[in-house]
Ligand binder design. Structure first.
Ligand code: PEP
Ligand code: MN
Length: 366
C-alpha cells in the first residue's frame, strides 16, 4: 500500500489547493506580472510554470530552462508564493532542487514512460520535495499507479495525482477526455492519495475551463491547477486555454466549493433515507436482471430445439426503439437507455449461446 501524506501535510496548503500560473515561463516580466496578480487574488497556494516544455512536435517553444529557474527565484522572493515546475529528467530534478523550487510535477508524457519515471525517482532519492504526478496519455490506471509507486519507493511521501484528461482519437469537445472514472478508480485503490484536477489541459479552451473546474470540485477533487497568462493571445504555448488573471479571479468567485460531508442531523437523516431508497431499487434492478437472464436461457433452449439463430436483427431493432421511446417519455436520455440495453443484450446473447452449446454437446454425446 502506498502511504502518501494527506494534502494538508504535503506543504501544498489547505484543500482545495489552488495552483495557478502560465503554461510556460516566457520572460521574467511575464512571470512577475502574473505572479503579482495571483498573489493579490489571495487565493493561490502555489505558482506553476513550465521551464522545460515537452512539446508534441519539434520546432515549437521548448522553454527557457535554467534561465527561467532564476526568474522563478525572483518570483518567489517578490511574492512569497511557493513555485512549481515540471521535470522530465534527472538533470531537471537537480537543477530545480538547486534553484529552490518548492514542488515538482511529472507531466503526462513523462508519466507514460516507466524508464523516465525510474530515472527521475532515482534523482529524487534522499529529498522530500512534494511531487505531483499527472495522468499518463492513455487511460491506463496501472501506468498512473506505477509512476506514483516508483516515486513513492524513492522515499517521496508528499505526492498528489493530477487528472488532466486522456488523449482522444479524432476531434472531441475537450482537448483531453476527462474520464473521471479513472481518477475514481485511482482514489479507490490509493485512498490516502490526494487527487487534484487540471481543467486547463483537460478542456483546452479558456471558455470551458470554469465548467471543467466546477465539475472537478463536484467530483471532490482536492484542488485545481489552472493556467493563467497575462496576455493569453500572445502565449508561446497553450494559447487557447490560458485565462487572464481577471478571468481567473472571476472564475474563483463563481465556483461553488461544497464540503464532502455535513454534520447537520436533518441532512444526515434525509441522506440516509434517500440512500436506503437507492439501495432498495438497486437490489430490485438486479433481481429483475436475474429474472430476465433466466428467460434468456429458456429462449436459448427453445431456439436451439427449433434450429433458430440466437440473434435476430428485427427483434433487436424493435427492443432498442421501444425501450428508448419509453425511457424518453420518463425523462431519460435515449443514449443512456440504448447503452444499458446493449449491455443487457450482449449478456443475454452470451447466455443463449452457452445454453445452445451445452445442448449441442449433450445431444452429440448420445
Ligand atoms: C503543462 O502543465 O503545461 C503540461 C505540459 O501539461 P501536460 O503534461 O498535462 O500536457
Ligand atoms: Mn500547458
Amino acid at each position: 500500500m502506498v502511504e502518501t501524506e494527506s494534502i494538508e501535510t504535503c506543504g501544498f496548503g489547505v484543500p482545495p489547493l489552488i495552483i495557478a500560473g502560465p503554461c510556460s515561463a516566457e520572460s521574467e516580466e511575464q512571470l512577475i506580472t502574473v505572479a503579482r496578480a495571483l498573489r493579490e487574488s489571495g487565493r493561490v497556494h502555489l505558482f506553476r510554470s513550465g521551464v522545460w516544455k515537452p512539446r508534441s512536435r519539434p520546432g515549437t517553444f521548448a522553454g527557457e530552462g535554467l534561465k527561467a529557474l532564476e526568474w522563478l527565484r525572483v518570483v518567489k522572493a517578490e511574492t512569497g508564493l511557493p513555485v512549481a515546475v515540471e521535470v522530465a529528467s534527472p538533470a531537471h530534478v537537480e537543477a530545480s532542487l538547486n534553484s529552490g523550487i518548492d514542488v515538482l510535477w511529472l507531466g503526462t508524457r513523462t508519466v507514460s514512460n516507466p524508464f523516465s519515471v525510474d530515472e527521475i525517482a532515482s534523482a529524487l532519492r534522499g529529498t522530500d520535495i512534494p511531487v505531483m504526478i499527472k495522468n499518463p496519455l492513455a487511460p491506463d490506471v496501472e501506468l498512473w499507479m506505477g509512476a506514483i509507486e516508483r516515486i513513492h519507493a524513492s522515499g517521496i511521501k508528499k505526492i498528489a495525482a493530477v487528472l488532466r484528461g486522456f488523449t482522444p482519437y479524432g476531434t472531441s469537445r475537450y482537448r483531453n477526455i476527462p474520464k473521471w472514472e479513472i481518477a475514481i478508480e485511482l482514489r479507490r485503490r490509493m485512498p490516502l492519495l490526494p487527487v487534484i484536477c487540471d481543467p486547463s489541459h483537460m478542456s483546452g479552451k479558456a471558455e470551458l475551463v470554469p465548467d471543467a473546474a466546477q465539475k472537478a470540485l463536484d467530483m471532490n477533487m482536492k484542488g485545481l491547477m489552472i493556467e493563467v497568462h497575462s496576455d493569453p493571445a500572445k502565449a508561446l504555448s497553450d494559447r487557447e486555454q490560458q485565462l487572464t488573471p481577471d478571468d481567473f479571479s472571476k472564475m474563483l468567485d463563481n465556483l461553488v466549493f461544497r464540503s464532502e460531508s455535513c454534520d447537520d442531523e436533518g441532512f444526515l437523516s434525509q441522506l440516509e433515507d434517500l440512500r436506503s431508497q437507492i439501495d432498495s431499487i438497486d437490489y430490485q434492478i438486479i433481481d429483475l436482471i436475474a429474472q430476465r437472464m433466466k428467460i434468456s436461457n429458456l429462449m436459448g433452449e427453445y431456439k436451439c430445439k427449433n434450429s433458430v439463430t440466437v440473434f435476430q436483427l428485427d427483434r433487436w431493432i424493435e427492443i432498442l426503439r421501444t425501450r428508448a421511446d419509453y425511457g424518453e417519455s420518463l425523462g431519460l436520455e435515449r443514449n443512456f437507455i440504448e447503452s444499458l440495453l446493449q449491455y443487457l443484450h450482449d449478456e443475454s446473447i452470451k447466455c443463449q449461446r452457452e445454453v445452445m452449446k451445452k445442448l449441442c454437446d449433450d445431444t452429440n454425446s448420445f
